[in-house]
Design a protein around this ligand. Structure first.
Ligand SMILES: Nc1ncnc2c1ncn2[C@@H]1O[C@H](COP(=O)(O)OP(=O)(O)OP(=O)(O)O)[C@@H](O)[C@H]1O
Length: 624
């Protein structure tokens, strides 16, 4: 938890939404309570046994306060009675029995309290773990473009932050029910004495309204500031992490990052200060109103006792009940506002779970079986793609064919749309217009999971997993993470074996520096490991997106010699800026600004004297 998270929850100024409306209305707060049944269902599913046990203990505990107060009344009345009797007739036994009973109740109450706390903590931990798992599972189902949307990220962020605070909400909801039952027991006692006494409890209501008001503001602010909070997290991480330390030092970025951090966090502080002061002032005033109500009732009961209308035992029972009820009611009301608050956060949590991926199998009809082997290949028909929130088309009117068994190279300047094309092929996105056919059928007719299994892509920004070298290779086919011969053969094919050989722990060596004992690799060494993932995968279509950029000339030559051999009979796409690599492909597709320019073999394109020939000549000139 970042240090300013307390500050954030305490900050209570309202920040309007971009549309100018206040972030949360009272109605929204109340309607958020409808999330509670679903929430309770989740708790129940986490562990029916622990939930039942918890509820049972709380029910028992709810009845104890009134029982203890009643025994207290009996003790006092018995003592008064005794004191009025002649000394000779006084026997302590009945009083001692009552005291023993109260003592027993006190012990049971304490034990029940500890039992409840224990079950709360076990259930809470289990619930937090299960929810984190569900969160990860759900995030894994969502589409790539959902991750690239900043409002989605805010939702994810809020849902993530709430996994822990949900366990607090759980305890609060259960305590609320427990206290309500205790209140009901105590209320029966008060009503029997004088129903008007209940009215004095109304004095507590202003305190509740005040709490509720300030909590609402707090939620609004926290909600409205999610993007800034993400920025603060980002700044903190960028300012102090192994991944950024090198450039932060070289460019002397620390003051820049710290200034921005300070600016944002100070802004929070200022907004917080004003509200916290007002909250404290009003809180004191409302507490005074509540206390006045309590003492008015107390004076009334005392006067009744003085007039002999009630016994001393009844006086203590009533005063005790009243004090207890006041405390409980205050607790219930203020907890109500934080439960309502928690329910609002719950809304974010469920909102995240209600997000649905769009790139999924069409459940209404059976998916087309993926061809084994691919017979014709892929065909792009008028394919256009625009990124979410982007003005410009990343690809437009793209028509070409990727034949089965063919090695196709993609050539184009930075930002031409090469990676985008690959993402469309692997259905990380669907085309905005046009369609991609596989063996004559729209890619959308196949099961996306099966399609991805048949495609092995190594992106230029492949992930450097802070795992062992063996696991880093195995991510290409994680089912085979324990298949050492397969891992080693993939490593041999991608030249990663020479990298692993130098590692002190071999395939078990943790690579990357994040964890203790990790060994970092050079850019080219990482790339050899990542390339190995392509060979781990038994895919029909292999895509290497600038896989050799960091390799030295000899390694690159060797990688491609092998690539040609190892992908025989397979379809492959190579993206590279090096023409020495590109010319090894059967055909080359040249794209510019997302548009098709030309396609053909190296020789054909050179002979044509078009864009490719021009780019090739440019690069060749550089080597002369
Ligand atoms: N996630 C994204 N959201 C919005 N726009 C994007 C996104 N990814 C890429 N673009 C834009 O789409 C266009 C094509 O990008 P793409 O990554 O496909 O280019 P590329 O040909 O692979 O470039 P490079 O050779 O630099 O890798 C670029 O204008 C880029 O700015």
């Amino acid at each position: 938890m970042p240090w300013y998270s307390d500050l954030l929850t305490a900050v209570s100024a309202k920040k309007p939404r971009p549309d100018g409306k206040p972030a949360v209305s009272v109605r929204e707060r109340f309607s958020a309570l409808k999330n509670l049944p679903e929430f309770l269902r989740l708790i129940w599913q986490t562990s029916p046994g622990l939930t039942l046990g918890n509820v049972a203990l709380r029910l028992l505990r709810a009845a104890l306060p009134v029982a203890m107060l009643y025994v207290g009344q009996l003790i006092l009345d018995a003592v008064v009675q005794l004191s009025r009797q002649p000394a000779a007739d006084r026997t302590l036994t009945p009083v001692l029995t009552l005291v023993a009973l109260e003592f027993g109740l006190a012990i049971v109450s304490d034990a029940l309290g500890r039992g409840v706390a224990l079950l709360d903590s076990l259930l809470g931990d289990l619930f937090a773990n299960r929810t984190s798992v569900r969160l990860m599972e759900h995030a894994a189902e969502l589409d790539l473009d959902q991750f690239e949307d900043s409002t989605f990220y805010d939702k994810l962020e809020r849902a993530r932050r709430q996994t822990l605070s949900r366990t607090v909400l759980m305890a609060q909801v259960l305590s609320q029910a427990q206290d309500a039952i205790t209140m009901a027991f105590l209320a029966v006692g008060l009503v029997t004495f004088n129903p008007w006494l209940l009215l004095l409890l109304v004095a507590v209501i202003p305190a509740f309204l005040g709490e509720s008001h300030f909590n609402e503001r707090s939620y609004s602010l926290v909600h409205g500031w999610t993007p800034e909070r993400r920025e603060l997290d980002y700044l903190r991480q960028t300012g102090a992490s192994d991944e950024t330390a090198k450039e932060v030092k070289i460019f002397g970025l620390s003051p820049f990052l710290i200034d921005r951090f300070r600016l944002l966090s100070d802004e929070f502080y200022q907004k917080n200060k004003d509200l916290v002061i007002r909250r404290a002032g009003w809180g004191t005033f409302f507490a005074g109103v509540g206390a006045t109500g309590y003492y008015a009732a107390y004076v009334y009961i005392i006067s009744q006792a003085v007039r002999g209308q009630i016994t001393i035992g009844q006086l203590t029972f009533l005063a005790g009940s009243f004090a207890r009820m006041r405390g409980l009611l205050e607790g219930i009301l203020s907890r109500f506002s934080s439960v309502a608050d928690g329910a609002l956060y719950l809304q974010d949590f469920f909102d995240f779970f209600h997000l649905k991926p769009r790139i999924v199998r069409d459940e209404t009809r059976p998916a087309r079986p993926f061809p084994h082997p691919i017979r014709e290949g892929f065909r792009f028909e008028n394919v256009g793609f625009k990124y979410r929130n982007a003005e410009k088309w990343a690809l437009r009117q793209l028509n070409f064919e990727l034949r089965a068994g063919e090695k196709l190279a993609l050539v184009g300047e930075n930002g031409a749309g090469k990676t985008t094309l690959v993402k469309l092929l692997s259905r990380l996105y669907d085309p905005t217009e046009g369609r991609i056919l596989l063996d004559g059928y729209d890619l959308r007719e196949y099961d996306p999971a099966e399609l991805r299994q048949e495609i092995g892509v190594i992106f230029q920004d492949f992930v450097r997993f802070q795992l062992s070298a063996g696991q880093n290779l195995a991510v290409g086919r994680i089912e085979d993470k324990d298949n050492q011969p397969r891992i080693e053969s993939a490593a041999a094919q991608s030249l990663a074996d020479s990298v692993v050989k130098k590692l002190p722990g071999g395939y078990d060596q943790i690579i990357g520096r994040r964890f203790a004992g990790g060994v970092d690799l050079s850019g080219g060494e990482w790339q050899k490991i990542a390339l190995g993932r392509a060979y781990m995968r038994d895919a029909q279509l292999l895509i290497l997106d600038e896989p050799t950029a960091a390799l030295d000339a000899r390694a690159e030559h060797e990688v491609f010699q092998r690539f040609a051999e190892l992908t025989q009979g397979k379809t492959a796409i190579l993206i590279s800026h090096r023409f020495s690599t590109v010319r090894m492909a059967n055909r080359i597709l040249v794209i510019e600004n997302g548009q098709f320019v030309e396609i053909g073999s190296h020789e054909q394109l050179l002979a044509k004297g078009g864009r490719y020939a021009e780019l090739f000549a440019l690069q060749a000139a550089g080597y002369r």
